[in-house]
Design a binder for this molecule. Sequence first.
Ligand SMILES: CC(C)(COP(=O)(O)OP(=O)(O)OC[C@H]1O[C@@H](n2cnc3c(N)ncnc32)[C@H](O)[C@@H]1OP(=O)(O)O)[C@@H](O)C(=O)NCCC(=O)NCCS
Length: 197
Amino acid sequence: MKLPELRTPRTVVAHYAAVDARLLQRYLRDNATFLAPWEPLRPPGFDELARIEERQTQLLADFLADRGVHLVALDPARTQVLAVCNFTNIVRGPFQACNLGYSVAAAHEGQGIMFEVVQAGLAYMRDVVGLHRVMANHMPDNHRSARLLARLGFEREGFARSYIQIAGVWEDHVLNALVFDDAPALPGAEPDDRGDA
Ligand SMILES: CC(C)(COP(=O)(O)OP(=O)(O)OC[C@H]1O[C@@H](n2cnc3c(N)ncnc32)[C@H](O)[C@@H]1OP(=O)(O)O)[C@@H](O)C(=O)NCCC(=O)NCCS
């Protein structure tokens, strides 16, 4: 199975395991304060190179086992991480669905970078991975995330009280989904059904 490598107008999008760990570390460190209010608490050492390399190994295993697709957007010269976009909790059978999470570097927020990266990721999940539904949730006051999902075609499906711990606090979330209505039926699809992906 080939690791994804996607092109968008302003980025190259690679699998998390295929990116220089030092660039991932710089993204985490440069954006730690910016991301903290919107993400789960990170354990001590989360941004150390050894931990990042462990996650690369784990996330490669997740990709090969059809559990998740973790994408990293870099500038075309591959000198810095611009954004990350994670498709997790892939479920097959009659569901064919996953969850989506994302973030953009503070210095690149408000430029449409996240939009083009998630759009490319969604096309990959629809056309190569072969899913039918992608679910993405945000805190009610995360207006940037809400606008991004709306622009991508996601529809609000509900509201979950005390849904997930963000920055150490149980937070309500707005539930959204994008359904690929024209996705072909995939009866009994198995991980290897990704063809040459
Ligand atoms: C949520 C988050 C990813 C949104 O990022 P973003 O940069 O606002 O999203 P986009 O890439 O869609 O950029 C949209 C903005 O770029 C502008 N833009 C500029 N050029 C553009 C282009 N070529 N195409 C589209 N939009 C463009 C849009 O007008 C829009 O501006 P506005 O929001 O002020 O109206 C970002 O705020 C973030 O990382 N937050 C912290 C982590 C987080 O919240 N993650 C999600 C948890 S649910």
